[in-house]
Design a protein around this ligand. Structure first.
Ligand SMILES: Cc1cn([C@H]2C[C@H](O)[C@@H](COP(=O)(O)OP(=O)(O)OP(=O)(O)O)O2)c(=O)[nH]c1=O
Length: 202
Protein backbone atom coordinates (compact mmCIF):
# COMPACT_ATOMS: atom_id res chain seq x y z
CA UNK A 1 0.00 0.00 0.00
CA UNK A 2 1.33 3.42 -0.97
CA UNK A 3 0.72 6.90 0.37
CA UNK A 4 -2.29 8.20 -1.55
CA UNK A 5 -3.26 11.57 -0.19
CA UNK A 6 -3.21 14.11 2.60
CA UNK A 7 -6.44 14.95 4.37
CA UNK A 8 -6.53 18.32 6.13
CA UNK A 9 -8.88 18.04 9.08
CA UNK A 10 -9.72 21.74 9.13
CA UNK A 11 -12.41 24.19 8.13
CA UNK A 12 -9.97 27.11 8.32
CA UNK A 13 -9.48 28.72 4.88
CA UNK A 14 -6.07 30.00 6.09
CA UNK A 15 -4.84 26.49 6.85
CA UNK A 16 -6.20 25.23 3.54
CA UNK A 17 -4.38 27.86 1.47
CA UNK A 18 -1.16 27.50 3.49
CA UNK A 19 -1.11 23.74 2.90
CA UNK A 20 -1.94 24.24 -0.77
CA UNK A 21 0.92 26.75 -1.10
CA UNK A 22 3.36 23.84 -0.59
CA UNK A 23 2.32 22.45 -4.01
CA UNK A 24 2.65 18.87 -2.81
CA UNK A 25 2.61 16.17 -5.44
CA UNK A 26 0.10 14.25 -3.31
CA UNK A 27 -3.55 15.24 -3.61
CA UNK A 28 -4.96 17.24 -0.70
CA UNK A 29 -8.50 16.67 0.52
CA UNK A 30 -10.31 18.85 3.05
CA UNK A 31 -12.51 17.18 5.63
CA UNK A 32 -13.62 19.12 8.68
CA UNK A 33 -15.25 17.58 11.72
CA UNK A 34 -16.97 19.02 14.74
CA UNK A 35 -14.95 18.37 17.88
CA UNK A 36 -15.57 19.53 21.41
CA UNK A 37 -12.82 22.11 22.00
CA UNK A 38 -13.20 22.26 25.78
CA UNK A 39 -10.18 21.26 27.88
CA UNK A 40 -9.44 20.78 31.60
CA UNK A 41 -8.34 23.97 33.42
CA UNK A 42 -5.01 22.51 34.50
CA UNK A 43 -3.71 21.79 30.98
CA UNK A 44 -0.69 23.80 29.82
CA UNK A 45 -0.98 25.82 26.57
CA UNK A 46 1.24 23.25 24.80
CA UNK A 47 -0.96 20.38 25.98
CA UNK A 48 -4.15 22.21 24.94
CA UNK A 49 -3.05 22.78 21.33
CA UNK A 50 -1.44 19.37 20.95
CA UNK A 51 -4.47 17.49 22.30
CA UNK A 52 -6.96 19.58 20.29
CA UNK A 53 -5.04 19.12 17.05
CA UNK A 54 -4.96 15.37 17.72
CA UNK A 55 -8.68 15.41 18.55
CA UNK A 56 -9.43 17.07 15.19
CA UNK A 57 -7.32 14.58 13.21
CA UNK A 58 -8.70 11.56 15.11
CA UNK A 59 -12.28 12.77 14.58
CA UNK A 60 -11.71 12.65 10.83
CA UNK A 61 -10.17 9.18 11.19
CA UNK A 62 -13.41 8.08 12.90
CA UNK A 63 -15.49 9.62 10.09
CA UNK A 64 -13.49 7.59 7.57
CA UNK A 65 -13.62 4.35 9.54
CA UNK A 66 -16.67 3.06 7.67
CA UNK A 67 -15.00 3.20 4.26
CA UNK A 68 -11.43 2.45 5.35
CA UNK A 69 -10.45 0.79 2.09
CA UNK A 70 -10.60 4.03 0.13
CA UNK A 71 -8.54 6.00 2.64
CA UNK A 72 -5.91 3.55 3.86
CA UNK A 73 -3.06 5.49 2.30
CA UNK A 74 -4.08 8.79 3.84
CA UNK A 75 -2.18 11.04 6.20
CA UNK A 76 -4.60 13.16 8.25
CA UNK A 77 -3.42 16.56 9.49
CA UNK A 78 -5.11 18.48 12.30
CA UNK A 79 -4.06 21.84 13.76
CA UNK A 80 -4.99 24.12 16.62
CA UNK A 81 -4.07 27.67 17.65
CA UNK A 82 -4.49 29.62 20.90
CA UNK A 83 -3.23 32.96 22.19
CA UNK A 84 -1.74 33.08 25.69
CA UNK A 85 -1.21 36.26 27.73
CA UNK A 86 0.31 35.82 31.19
CA UNK A 87 -1.38 32.43 31.58
CA UNK A 88 -4.75 33.58 30.20
CA UNK A 89 -5.72 31.36 27.27
CA UNK A 90 -7.69 33.06 24.49
CA UNK A 91 -9.49 31.11 21.80
CA UNK A 92 -11.87 32.67 19.30
CA UNK A 93 -14.01 35.51 20.73
CA UNK A 94 -17.61 34.63 21.63
CA UNK A 95 -18.91 38.00 20.42
CA UNK A 96 -17.76 41.54 19.71
CA UNK A 97 -17.61 42.43 23.40
CA UNK A 98 -15.31 39.46 23.98
CA UNK A 99 -13.12 40.56 21.02
CA UNK A 100 -12.88 44.08 22.54
CA UNK A 101 -11.93 42.57 25.90
CA UNK A 102 -9.21 40.34 24.38
CA UNK A 103 -7.68 43.17 22.33
CA UNK A 104 -7.80 45.44 25.40
CA UNK A 105 -5.67 42.89 27.27
CA UNK A 106 -3.28 42.22 24.38
CA UNK A 107 -2.57 45.84 23.39
CA UNK A 108 0.82 47.18 24.47
CA UNK A 109 1.90 43.76 25.74
CA UNK A 110 3.78 40.67 24.61
CA UNK A 111 1.86 37.41 24.23
CA UNK A 112 2.50 33.95 22.83
CA UNK A 113 0.69 32.22 20.02
CA UNK A 114 0.76 28.43 20.37
CA UNK A 115 -0.06 26.32 17.33
CA UNK A 116 0.15 22.54 17.13
CA UNK A 117 0.07 20.15 14.22
CA UNK A 118 -1.03 16.51 14.55
CA UNK A 119 -0.36 13.89 11.89
CA UNK A 120 -2.43 10.70 12.07
CA UNK A 121 -1.33 8.09 9.57
CA UNK A 122 -3.90 5.56 8.35
CA UNK A 123 -1.14 3.62 6.61
CA UNK A 124 0.85 2.76 9.76
CA UNK A 125 -1.52 3.94 12.55
CA UNK A 126 1.33 6.21 13.75
CA UNK A 127 0.46 9.54 15.38
CA UNK A 128 2.92 12.43 15.64
CA UNK A 129 2.12 15.76 17.27
CA UNK A 130 4.22 18.85 17.85
CA UNK A 131 3.84 22.57 18.53
CA UNK A 132 5.62 25.92 18.28
CA UNK A 133 5.18 29.13 20.24
CA UNK A 134 5.69 32.56 18.66
CA UNK A 135 6.01 35.73 20.74
CA UNK A 136 3.96 38.65 19.43
CA UNK A 137 4.64 42.23 20.54
CA UNK A 138 1.44 44.22 20.08
CA UNK A 139 1.41 48.00 19.80
CA UNK A 140 -0.45 50.11 22.35
CA UNK A 141 -3.99 50.64 20.99
CA UNK A 142 -6.56 53.14 22.21
CA UNK A 143 -10.17 52.06 22.56
CA UNK A 144 -11.36 53.81 19.38
CA UNK A 145 -8.78 51.92 17.32
CA UNK A 146 -9.86 48.63 18.94
CA UNK A 147 -13.47 49.58 18.21
CA UNK A 148 -12.73 50.22 14.52
CA UNK A 149 -10.85 46.94 14.24
CA UNK A 150 -13.69 44.98 15.84
CA UNK A 151 -16.15 46.75 13.47
CA UNK A 152 -14.10 45.44 10.51
CA UNK A 153 -15.33 41.94 11.43
CA UNK A 154 -11.86 40.45 11.09
CA UNK A 155 -11.40 39.40 14.75
CA UNK A 156 -14.41 37.14 15.03
CA UNK A 157 -13.08 33.75 13.94
CA UNK A 158 -9.48 34.28 15.06
CA UNK A 159 -7.82 33.16 18.30
CA UNK A 160 -7.01 36.27 20.36
CA UNK A 161 -9.36 38.32 18.15
CA UNK A 162 -6.81 39.39 15.56
CA UNK A 163 -5.39 38.19 12.25
CA UNK A 164 -1.73 38.97 11.65
CA UNK A 165 -2.22 38.14 7.96
CA UNK A 166 -4.91 40.83 7.61
CA UNK A 167 -5.58 44.29 9.04
CA UNK A 168 -4.24 42.88 12.30
CA UNK A 169 -0.75 43.27 10.81
CA UNK A 170 -1.07 46.99 11.54
CA UNK A 171 -1.56 46.27 15.25
CA UNK A 172 1.60 44.19 15.64
CA UNK A 173 4.96 45.80 16.32
CA UNK A 174 7.08 42.68 15.76
CA UNK A 175 7.24 38.95 16.42
CA UNK A 176 9.89 36.51 17.64
CA UNK A 177 9.50 33.17 15.92
CA UNK A 178 7.57 31.62 13.07
CA UNK A 179 5.08 33.93 11.29
CA UNK A 180 2.95 31.12 9.82
CA UNK A 181 2.63 29.64 13.30
CA UNK A 182 0.68 32.80 14.22
CA UNK A 183 -1.52 32.44 11.14
CA UNK A 184 -2.32 28.89 12.31
CA UNK A 185 -0.08 26.44 10.44
CA UNK A 186 3.71 26.63 10.58
CA UNK A 187 4.97 25.50 7.18
CA UNK A 188 8.43 25.02 8.68
CA UNK A 189 7.17 22.64 11.38
CA UNK A 190 4.77 20.94 8.97
CA UNK A 191 7.53 20.20 6.44
CA UNK A 192 9.67 18.63 9.20
CA UNK A 193 6.75 16.49 10.32
CA UNK A 194 5.87 15.42 6.76
CA UNK A 195 9.46 14.17 6.34
CA UNK A 196 8.84 11.76 9.21
CA UNK A 197 6.20 10.21 6.95
CA UNK A 198 8.54 10.20 3.93
CA UNK A 199 6.75 13.12 2.31
CA UNK A 200 9.31 15.55 0.96
CA UNK A 201 8.19 19.14 0.37
CA UNK A 202 11.41 20.25 -1.31
C1 LIG B 1 -3.59 34.74 16.08
C2 LIG B 1 -4.23 34.36 14.78
C3 LIG B 1 -5.14 33.33 14.67
N1 LIG B 1 -5.72 33.01 13.47
C4 LIG B 1 -6.70 31.93 13.34
C5 LIG B 1 -6.09 30.57 13.00
C6 LIG B 1 -7.22 29.61 13.32
O1 LIG B 1 -8.04 29.47 12.15
C7 LIG B 1 -8.01 30.35 14.41
C8 LIG B 1 -7.91 29.63 15.73
O2 LIG B 1 -8.93 28.68 15.81
P1 LIG B 1 -8.71 27.10 15.72
O3 LIG B 1 -9.70 26.48 16.66
O4 LIG B 1 -7.27 26.75 15.91
O5 LIG B 1 -9.08 26.73 14.21
P2 LIG B 1 -10.42 26.92 13.39
O6 LIG B 1 -11.63 26.64 14.25
O7 LIG B 1 -10.38 28.25 12.69
O8 LIG B 1 -10.28 25.83 12.25
P3 LIG B 1 -10.19 24.21 12.40
O9 LIG B 1 -10.35 23.85 13.84
O10 LIG B 1 -11.32 23.68 11.57
O11 LIG B 1 -8.83 23.85 11.85
O12 LIG B 1 -7.42 31.65 14.52
C9 LIG B 1 -5.40 33.73 12.32
O13 LIG B 1 -5.94 33.45 11.24
N2 LIG B 1 -4.50 34.75 12.41
C10 LIG B 1 -3.88 35.12 13.57
O14 LIG B 1 -3.05 36.06 13.58
Amino acid sequence: MKRQKIILASSSPRRQSLLQSLNLTLPVQIMASNVDESTPDDWSPAKIVEQLSLRKARAVRELLASDKQDHQGSLIIGADTIVVLNGEVMGKPRDEADARRMLGHLQGRIHEVYSAIACVDLLTSREVVSHLATRVHMKPLDSSRIERYVASGEPMDKAGAYAIQGLGATLVDHIDGCYFNVVGLSLSLLSDMLLEFDIQVI
